[in-house]
Write a protein that binds this ligand. Structure first.
Ligand code: SF4
Length: 301
């Protein structure tokens, strides 16, 4: 259910209100890039999940950006917002009746290039981790190849929604422009690999579709966007740490060593691990055992 805690105007609420119902045995390109547990819980509790308008504002701006471009004229050799759907028995007989679907923003037929628009944070470009973008474009490219188009490149056109001109001026490692593009070249090997990836993703999803919640595979640290627990060595009373350890025993040994030399003036501050996706980007988190045990049962949320 969509709530409206900030009492935002009705057009915003109505725009965000979605009557989306997942289709059985059909998963989109963007969906299969998510962890299996999240995909299944989201589908299972689709009608019960509460979200607030305020949490979806950036999603709305992203959608608005796509809608504007959808209504703008594409070039002669370009296909815009093409809806693609592929049955997957071509990859494995066990996937008969399963479909991969997706809507690519733009295909430039002459340049053999898939283009996708993104609205994202500057941090994504500081971190320079674009594997999710590469995979998404490669899957679209594979879908287009299946219907007879040649594609050997992908390009992301990203608008950095929180970009700051002042930061760009003083920090050369900060993205220098508010719009960034990244290009990927796709080889035959990439297409072989992506077929295996798609097949394995669907086989895993299929294997867990009917399993109870507590038997769904756990999301890995990487999938949870987890940062590890940190053991910070610091002078008692100071905020700043002199050394950060990821290993508890190493931190204890370090502390003992320091305190034996300088008297008991140092301590360990435990900075608990956090899970960026679970806490902020997983709408089904309330239904996930991991989240319940780590966050809800402790009364932290
Ligand atoms: S809350 Fe975290 S662990 Fe649970 S499904 Fe979501 S991302 Fe995975």
């Amino acid at each position: 259910m969509l709530t409206n805690k900030c009492n935002l105007p009705e057009p915003i609420y109505n725009f965000l209100k979605s009557d989306y119902q997942p289709k059985e045995k059909q998963y989109s390109v963007t969906t299969i890039l998510n962890p299996t547990r999240q995909i299944i819980l989201k589908r299972r509790y689709n009608n019960a999940i509460d979200q607030d308008c305020s949490d979806l504002i950036w999603t709305m701006l992203g959608t608005a950006f796509h809608l504007v471009l959808e209504n703008s004229k594409a070039g002669d050799n370009q296909l815009q917002e093409e809806y693609l759907k592929q049955e997957l028995s071509c990859l494995d007989d066990r996937l008969k009746g399963y479909y991969l679907s997706g809507k690519a923003d733009l295909l430039d037929i002459k340049q053999k290039k898939i283009i996708d628009y993104k609205t994202t944070s500057s941090f994504k470009f500081i971190k320079k981790d674009f594997e999710d973008y590469r995979l998404q474009l490669l899957i679209y490219a594979w879908l287009f190849k299946k219907i007879g188009y040649e594609v050997n490149k992908g390009e992301i056109v990203a608008i950095l929604r929180d970009w700051q001109r002042s930061k760009a001026k003083f920090d050369k490692s900060y993205p220098q422009l508010q719009v960034q593009t990244i290009t990927f070249e796709f080889t035959d090997k990439d297409f072989e690999d992506i077929e295996i990836y798609i097949k394995n993703r669907f086989l895993e999803i299929k294997a867990y579709e009917d399993k109870p919640d507590n038997e769904l595979p756990e999301c890995t640290m990487e999938e949870r966007w987890a940062s590890p627990t940190i053991y910070a060595i610091k002078k008692i009373g100071n905020k700043k740490a002199m050394k950060l350890h990821e290993n508890e025993k190493e931190a204890i040994d370090h502390l003992k060593n320091l305190n034996s030399k300088f008297g008991d003036i140092y301590e360990i501050e435990v900075r608990e691990s956090c899970d960026g996706r679970c806490e902020n980007y997983c709408s089904c988190n309330k239904y996930c055992k991991y989240y319940q045990e780590k966050y809800l049962d402790k009364g932290e949320k």
